[in-house]
Design a binder for this molecule. Structure first.
Ligand SMILES: [Mn+2]
Length: 285
């Protein structure tokens, strides 16, 4: 069973025997790049570590899964990252038995920084219990379609509110969207060059040995609250965007996800409305 761990930017998958904690996009080392530009921002790594170990001690999961973008630099490795990242994981390993990382687009060359016994999973994702998780900059693997719930990161969703005097406030949010399972399955089969033989459902059963179940997609807020993101209520609906200023990632741009009617919740669980309704609040009136 999948549930949000309100008020944290984390979720938990509970099965009879295991509890798996999910977080996304910590982007360790983001502030190091700012420091090089002369903007002093204290290191956020210890703050992130404290926040995460507090959750681990409270909920005692057997496993921790990070949905990508552990580090900030995309390909290179910053000097500070060489220290912060191995140290971060060594400390986490004292609080949880198993740690896995789904590779994000910022995680090239992450391997040399990881201590032993940390699993690095492909960006196309993995299945934990009845939940399929992936990073979100690329399509998930068709295997994930056998899970009712899919969870991704990558977007760092925030919503912006403006009052009439121009005061602006942004808040991190959870996004939950309905999926058109057949449409998503069709796309994923095509991307994997699997020819449809009979119905989509039959093809999935035959080639991937799964029953098509995926009906909902959650997008996790970033675990690093210092990090910004493009306010999702300032993006344009897919049909009006002409390829620009829309939500990022192929999945959210596809017709298989009902992004317009997705439900937005603040980290404390407050329901804000649908993306459609909230776009109006982002506009300058
Ligand atoms: Mn990403």
């Amino acid at each position: 069973m999948f549930s949000l761990l309100l008020p944290h930017p984390a979720a938990i998958i509970k099965n009879t025997k295991t509890r798996t904690l999910l977080i996304a996009d910590p982007h360790i080392g983001w502030e190091m790049e700012l420091q090089q530009k002369g903007i002093y921002v204290p290191s956020q790594t210890s703050k992130i570590l404290t926040k995460l170990t507090t959750i681990l001690m409270q909920y005692k999961p057997n496993a921790l899964v990070i949905l990508g973008d552990v580090k900030y630099t995309v390909v290179s490795i910053e000097l500070g990252e060489w220290h912060d990242i191995p140290d971060f994981f060594k400390k986490l390993q004292t609080h949880v038995e198993s740690i896995s990382i789904v590779r994000g687009n910022h995680d090239a060359n992450l391997e040399p920084m990881l201590p032993e016994n940390i699993a690095l999973l492909p960006a196309t994702g993995a299945v934990f219990g009845d939940v399929g998780v992936f990073h979100g900059h690329t399509w998930p693997s068709p295997e994930l379609l056998g899970c009712k719930t899919l969870v991704m990161g990558h977007l760092h969703p925030v919503v912006v509110f403006r009052d009439p005097t121009g005061y602006k406030m942004t808040r991190q949010v959870w996004l939950r969207a309905n999926l058109d399972s057949e449409a998503l399955a069709k796309t994923l089969l095509q991307k994997n060059r699997i020819k449809t033989a009979g119905s989509i459902k039959e093809t999935l059963q035959k080639y991937c040995n799964i029953k098509l179940k995926a009906t909902e997609l959650y997008i996790m807020p970033s675990f690093n609250d210092f990090l910004g993101g493009r306010p999702i209520n300032e993006t344009l609906p897919r049909k009006e965007s002409n390829g620009g200023k829309t939500l990022i990632g192929p999945v959210l741009r596809s017709e298989a996800v009902d992004v317009e009617n997705s439900e937005l919740h603040l980290l404390d669980g407050t329901y804000l409305g649908t993306l459609n309704q909230l776009r109006n609040l982002g506009k300058n009136n």
